[in-house]
Design a protein around this ligand. Sequence first.
Ligand code: NOJ
Length: 412
Amino acid sequence: MGEPLKFPEGFLWGTASAAHQVEGDNRNNDWWRFEQEPGRIQNGDSSLVACDHYRRYREDFRLLREMHNNAHRLSIEWSRVEPRPGEFDSRQIRHYRDVLGELREQGLQPMLTLHHFTSPIWFAEGGGWASSGAPEAFVRFVRRVVRDLGDLVHLWCTINEPNIYAFNGWLGGEFPPGRRGDLLGVWRVLAHMRQAHLAAYRAIHEQLPDARVGLSHHRFLLLPERNTRRDRWAARTAEGFMDRWPVGRVRRERVVEAEADWIGIAHYWAQNAALDLRRPGEQFIPRRNVPGVPVTDMGWTSDPAWMRDVLNEVRELGKPVYVTENGISTGDDAVRQAYLPAVLRSVHRAIADGVDVRGYFHWTATDNFEWARGYSQKFGLIAVDRTTLEREMKPSAMLYARIAAANAVEPD
Ligand code: NOJ
């Protein structure tokens, strides 16, 4: 075997999570309400308990430290901090001060996400992200968070995966508000999220000039099914739809080109796209899993080699890059143990290609509430017993610990 592949000094090794998926007892947001509607969540699961991380965060952060991680990406729950418009709950703010303080004491640098799919009920009732007042409401919350927690956070992630949020909520109906086929809604949500990101970026910098601010873009790769001009066009067109958000009335810009100090890439999977004029229901561009590539429990084809490609796409933008999410849903940890070093070799190759990758956040630490899929999906390095909530490190967690400690991954 050759020499271990070393990562740059100071590389961040972490895991990523989202408040609603791990905390438990988040009953003041639109997701909670959505979960109460019959048939929305697989097996009738609910986020009521989740991982009880709201109370067990100290124990969880100790496990991250045992994994030799030096960073952790988490989100702050807007509906806890601002339960009614303009009314902030100082007890909840204190809770997050404790959480962030504890992280730092454990030697874990926080990356704080300000919006990760959930919104307060009052905000959703006012039209949510489809409403033109959304950016202003969001920024009022952001200013308060920065004022009260800004001394504890250097890395800020304004919005998580705007494209997935808009498509799942307004096109596929899998997320609240559960709308289907509402393309105008998608357009509005994305336009407002872009404005909100820019306003938050500026608000954070006004208060904290040295902060590093970005957002996490879900980079879902589309490959031409056959190497024909039609299929290449189909893949490019569908990707353009996935990867851009509106600037003004007509122009659209790549999400990764938004004003930011760093670029966040969440990458999990790819599909083939083809042009098929007999399929109007699929907008004439049916997507199919890539043949010959392993399929995860989510039904996604995941090839670790794709990570290098998606990272290379942002190389010319010349900014620091974080892999804000990557992982694999599988009940068979051996599959994860094979995937993890392979995908990290792919990140390493991208760095060798000249992409300034500064950190990798694996999705996720503990098996958690996977939105409409409930607890059926196991993305975690750490198992959670659904009855006792006891945590148990899987072998992949030990593997990740060795990689993070060595700041290196074994070669092929
Ligand atoms: C992206 C999302 O940000 C996260 O919430 C989700 O659990 C993972 N992908 C896995 O689907």
